[in-house]
Design a protein around this ligand. Structure first.
Ligand SMILES: Cc1cc2nc3c(=O)[nH]c(=O)nc-3n(C[C@H](O)[C@H](O)[C@H](O)COP(=O)(O)O)c2cc1C
Length: 177
């Protein structure tokens, strides 16, 4: 078991990294990232998610265009497209499953993936600014799979600065001591 200090260190030093090398991930690295992903909690353990890994340059280029031309999407070693499986979510929890839980479930799993990437010495950036319909077209996703996050993964070519966090007392007035 790792200590809380080790865990906090991992969390605090993870950065959204946009200067990524194209050096391919190994199958073992991809597998470990997905192990981390599927280890996340989900509503009623419904696991309403689906992941595509894009390594192919022409497809990465089209994803870059779908992601409002954010160039690091194309230059990443691999691009993970995280989808919410709305059919699974509906079967489990009807409207609340589709409108809320599957978004929370996929976000929790995505954060697991980001932390695992960092622990493995990889770097990544979560991309939320993209046209869903374009991503659907690029990957021929069925209607039931809603693309909710694009994760560009690679090796850091430059370490970003640490963006400031709001102080704890501002976001939670209830802390004792
Ligand atoms: C839901 C979500 C959407 C994001 N979308 C983008 C994006 O489209 N492009 C980008 O460069 N960074 C994006 N980010 C990364 C944030 O800018 C970044 O997490 C934030 O600035 C804090 O930096 P840090 O991750 O290094 O702590 C996104 C992050 C989240 C959680």
């Amino acid at each position: 078991m790792i200590t809380i200090d080790e865990l906090l260190h991992l969390m605090r030093t993870r950065r959204s990294t946009r200067r990524l090398s194209r050096q391919p991930l190994t199958p073992q690295q991809e597998h470990s990232l997905l192990e981390a992903f599927i280890s996340a909690p989900s509503s009623g353990n419904s696991q309403p998610w689906h992941v595509r890994i894009i390594r192919d340059s022409p497809l990465k280029q089209r994803l870059r265009q779908a992601a409002l031309n954010q160039s690091f999407v194309e230059h990443a070693a691999a691009v993970f497209v995280i989808c919410a499986d709305t059919d699974r979510a509906f079967k489990a929890y009807h409207r609340r499953g589709v409108e809320l839980y599957c978004l929370q479930d996929t976000a929790a799993a995505t954060q697991n993936l980001l932390l695992a990437a960092h622990a493995m010495g990889l770097a990544a950036c979560w991309v939320g600014a993209f046209r869903e319909s374009s991503v659907r077209d690029v990957l021929s996703l069925p209607e039931s799979l809603r693309p909710v996050a694009i994760i560009a993964v690679g090796t850091a070519e430059q370490q970003p600065d640490t963006p400031a966090r709001r102080p704890i007392h501002e976001i939670c007035p209830d802390l004792g001591g």
